[in-house]
Design a protein around this ligand. Structure first.
Ligand SMILES: C[S@@+](CC[C@H](N)C(=O)[O-])C[C@H]1O[C@@H](n2cnc3c(N)ncnc32)[C@H](O)[C@@H]1O
Length: 246
């Protein structure tokens, strides 16, 4: 295991002329999650206590040096809201030459992914337990990511809650600015209305280009999750969207 420090991988955002000082005011946001008292199992808690200091990176309002964070120079994929981390672990194992930076706010999920990292001896995942909007805004420099995965983000089905949905034009503008030219954004959802919103928002971002006519076929690297399999058996749809930064 490569021990992590929180100081070393960071450089000063203020030193980077591309990092606009008024980003915080340009990207005000309504949180896409609510803090809930979630059940965390003793083994997830134990994994969080032992392993977050090793594989975790603390949120700070300063740019993260990705090479130092992963102890190597490699393409980096950011995943927003990894849940229990099942998909994250499988993709990271199948793509060992890439770095995976997982961002999640949910304690049990962080504990669960840390357990998988430990049990499966995965080396290429780092975790930030914080709001992904602020992580992108404050810690990720423009033009740095090779890809972003957003799988089954909270659908917030009630109309009055749609404002909490993550995929909104200002956030996608911020996210697109953090992608390298040619890098990809891959979203998936099983809510048709949210899929339509995603298609509209991503198509409306001038720096992104759809890789498909509308929805994309599920690429082989994204495994079917248990919950998705169950939904498919019940006849529910799943929509993948893959856009590239121009
Ligand atoms: C419906 S779950 C999907 C989890 C996983 N991607 C999957 O496919 O099973 C959405 C997850 O996104 C997380 N989340 C929502 N908003 C977030 C944010 N702004 N930053 C980080 N995580 C967030 C939630 O805590 C939740 O675990």
């Amino acid at each position: 295991m490569a021990p992590m420090t929180t100081e070393r991988p960071l450089s000063s955002a203020a030193d980077d002329p591309r990092n606009s000082a008024n980003d915080a005011t340009r990207y005000p946001h309504i949180r896409s999650f609510v803090h809930r008292r979630s059940h965390i199992t003793p083994s997830q808690q134990d994994a969080a206590d032992r392993l977050l200091p090793i594989w975790g990176i603390a949120y700070q309002a300063r740019l993260l040096n990705l090479d130092a964070a992963f102890n190597r120079h490699a393409p980096t994929i950011l995943e927003i809201g990894f849940g229990m981390g099942e998909t994250t672990a499988r993709i990271a194992q199948s793509r060992p030459n890439e770095n995976f930076l997982g961002v999640e706010v949910f304690n049990a999920g962080v504990g669960s992914l840390l357990k998988r990292i430990d049990e499966q001896q995965i080396q290429n995942i780092r975790i930030i337990q914080h709001d992904a909007v602020e992580v992108l805004r404050d810690m990720i420099a423009p033009d740095t990511l090779d890809g972003v995965h957003i799988y089954f983000p909270d659908p917030w089905p009630k109309t009055r809650h749609h404002k909490r949905r993550l995929i909104q034009p200002p956030f996608i503008g911020l996210l697109a600015s953090r992608l390298k030219p040619g890098a990809y954004l891959h979203c998936a959802t099983d809510w048709e209305h949210y899929a339509e919103q995603m298609l509209e928002v991503l198509s409306g971002e001038p720096t992104l280009q759809n890789t498909a006519k509308a929805y994309a076929p599920r690429p082989d690297y994204r495994p079917l999750t248990k919950f998705e399999n169950r939904g498919l058996k019940l006849g529910h749809g799943v929509w993948d969207l893959i856009f590239k930064r121009k």
